[in-house]
Design a protein around this ligand. Sequence first.
Ligand code: SF4
Length: 279
Amino acid sequence: MTKQITGRIHSTESFGAVDGPGVRFIVFLQGCHMRCRYCHNPETWACSGGTVRTAEDVFKQALRYRSYWKNGGGITVSGGEALLQMEFVTELFRLAKAEGIHTAIDTAGQPFTFKEPFFSAFAELCSLTDLFILDLKEMDNEKHKGLTGFGNKNILALAKYLSDTGIHMWIRHVLVPGLTDDEAGLLAMRKFLRQLKTVDRVEILPYHAMGVPEWERLHIPYTLNDVNPPTDEEIKRAERIVGIRNNLVVPDTKVGTAVSENTKFTTLSASAAAAQPSV
Ligand code: SF4
């Protein structure tokens, strides 16, 4: 009999199109320790909120949409922060893998550590996860603290661990003009990405302010009122500096010089842009 392991669920989405390959059932978990200044889901922060449901119950709901999961579709767990509820995600993915279903985790990586008991539980979860969608918010540790309330050394270590163990990744970076678009930071990201061996896709996502009404509803001061979303040109510039073409890392022999000025870069589709990750 399946163990009745429960999680705190913020919401679900039946036909996700951007959080992993194909059409996907998305489970948004409740709870996040970070406080990203541009978070568009601050209502997911409280770890005590959400609806308590069993993994089996959520899996049964997801299975109703299985006929749509052609072309690599499946189940994605997002947040809030999915790694704060690893026992639930592991059980959900155990059920999914038993049925041959593709599994993905959308995470900002904040809880990651090599310390126990976290690490053993994480390694078990990895064995059931086909894809990590990892948000790299900022390369500089101090700037990362200013942006999210936490440093990023463990998050970069997570990316390296996934690479070293052969686990596939998509990398996302939200471009906030004046905050996460400086050349030094983007060049550092360029260098870092080229050390990773399992990155299948890189997305520069435009900052947007669609979450502001939620901050206001929760009476949390929003500090980016003066910031506008980046223009298409600013997105292209960032892609050029990071060295991305068609969401793929352009092979690089010398950081900062390998991308042709004539290279035609693509931006994300409108639907992808609208789906700025919650993590
Ligand atoms: S953007 Fe994601 S990681 Fe950042 S505070 Fe919001 S839910 Fe947490």
